[in-house]
Design a protein. Structure first.
Length: 109
């Protein structure tokens, strides 16, 4: 956003000087959405969650699921705070409704 500021150079000088100041807008912080491994949630369910809530292809979802399984955690997306919060709530609600202990969290990037 640019706001012009008009300053007069002098009383006997009729030319004006226009200075522009620029306001820098900061991007909002981003948040990583993480899936955590557990010993009870079926791998197929995790793949389904990744496809449904994160728009992944079956192959992408399968790879991320294996990362969660092997490493204990994986980043499944990076979003604005509101979207990350919504994704976490959707995944947690969906897992509970299907009686799985799957954990989904978010952290600032």
């Amino acid at each position: 956003m640019t706001t012009p500021i008009h300053l007069m150079a002098g009383e006997d000088d009729e030319s004006g000087v226009i200075l522009e100041t620029r306001t820098r807008t900061r991007r909002p912080p981003l948040y990583k959405v993480l899936l955590l491994n557990d010993d009870y949630t079926p791998m197929e369910f995790v793949v389904h969650v990744l496809e449904r809530f994160f728009g992944m292809s079956h192959a992408q979802a399968f790879e991320i699921m294996l990362t969660v399984h092997k490493k204990g955690v994986a980043v499944v997306g990076v979003f604005s705070h509101e979207i990350a919060e919504t994704k976490v709530a959707q995944v947690m609600d969906f897992a509970r409704r299907h009686q799985h202990p799957l954990q989904c969290t978010m952290e600032k990037e």
